[in-house]
Design a protein around this ligand. Structure first.
Ligand SMILES: [Zn+2]
Length: 88
């Protein structure tokens, strides 16, 4: 499962979230409550967690599969910040 990084346009709050491809992207900032959260495509989370694929790649003209980008990461960043969707 890929990790998405988000940044709030309004207050600059950043978070990481483990989400399935089928999950709707988050839009509401947990810090200020504004619906100004933006997904960061080039997030470090993808390089850490990788796993092979993510569907948003084509928008940037990159390859769909990034197998070699997936490196091992024992602790998901979202676990440190408590922002894992599974926790809700
Ligand atoms: Zn915010």
């Amino acid at each position: 499962m890929p990790i998405y990084e988000y940044r709030c346009d309004d207050c600059g709050h950043e978070l990481e979230a483990l989400q399935k491809m089928s999950d709707v992207p988050r839009t509401e900032c947990p810090a200020c409550g504004e619906p100004t959260l933006k997904k960061l495509i080039s997030a470090a989370g993808f390089r850490l967690k990788g796993g092979g694929w993510y569907e948003t790649d084509f928008k940037n003209g990159k390859k769909k599969n990034l197998h070699d980008a997936g490196k091992k990461e024992s602790t998901p960043p979202c676990a440190k910040t408590g922002s894992c969707p599974a926790a809700k």
